[in-house]
Ligand binder design. Structure first.
Ligand SMILES: *Cc1c(COP(=O)(O)O)cnc(C)c1O
Length: 223
């Protein structure tokens, strides 16, 4: 199967209100260009330096979504061009994104990453941490970031009932934040959930952005 055919097939199962992000991490520019030629514009990367190295070599109308763990000292590499940062899990990181965005006269849309899986993971907020973050944010507002929604990763399992429960939990978190902090803000609207193995379930549970890598580009070779 070609990248083009993979994309055409996936698009058939992704409704128009859900944005498809092609996760191009580890993929060379030539392969990303195959997706571009098939009309794909939104790409996802999980390493700041890899993303900033690729971006200048690809067409300017590509949208770059950062989806991996982001260290504060790496924000500067992506701040000039990143379309959205899906993986914000602390006020400290938001503060740094705000600072780097201001340098480029930008407002960077960010999603708050929540920890919804059963697996051990260092990344993602829980509800109490989110409340804490919003408390800090209300006392110290940041003008160069925009919180546009939430992101999460389900447990890596074949048990789709479990995955569905975790996605439903993320949707509940989204509704709670919307009601509590963003009732009058239309810009808080994204739920980034769903990858190759679980995106159909994610869409059923209310996803607005799916992040799909291997189903488009094939298996990744990590060196
Ligand atoms: C790699 C990655 C994806 C895509 O994974 P696939 O299973 O290849 O579709 C999605 N989200 C995040 C955060 C990732 O790191």
């Amino acid at each position: 199967m070609s990248v083009r055919n993979n994309l055409l097939n996936i698009r058939k199962s992704v409704p128009p209100h859900v944005k498809l992000i092609a996760v191009s991490k580890t993929m060379p520019e030539s392969v990303i260009m195959e997706a571009y030629a098939a009309g794909q514009r939104a790409f996802g990367e999980n390493k700041a330096q890899e993303m900033s190295a690729k971006q200048p070599h690809l067409p300017a109308d590509c949208e770059w979504h950062f989806i991996g763990h982001l260290q504060t000292n790496k924000v500067k590499y992506i701040a000039p061009f990143v379309q959205m940062i899906h993986s914000v899990d602390s006020y400290k990181l938001l503060h740094e994104i705000n600072k780097q965005a201001a340098k480029h006269n930008r407002i960077i849309p960010c999603l708050l990453q929540f920890y919804i899986a059963e697996e051990e993971s260092k990344f993602g907020l829980d509800r109490a941490e989110a409340e804490e973050l919003f408390k800090t944010l209300m006392d110290n507002p940041l003008d160069n970031i925009l919180i546009a929604g939430v992101m999460g990763m389900a447990t890596f399992t074949e048990n789709m009932q479990q995955v569905r429960k975790e996605f439903a939990n993320l949707r509940n978190i989204f509704e709670w934040l919307k009601k509590t902090y963003f009732a009058d803000k239309e810009s808080f609207k994204e739920i980034s959930m769903g990858m190759t193995g679980d995106y159909l379930v994610a869409i059923e549970e209310g996803s607005t952005m799916v992040r799909i890598g291997s189903a488009i580009f094939g298996e990744r070779n990590y060196k």
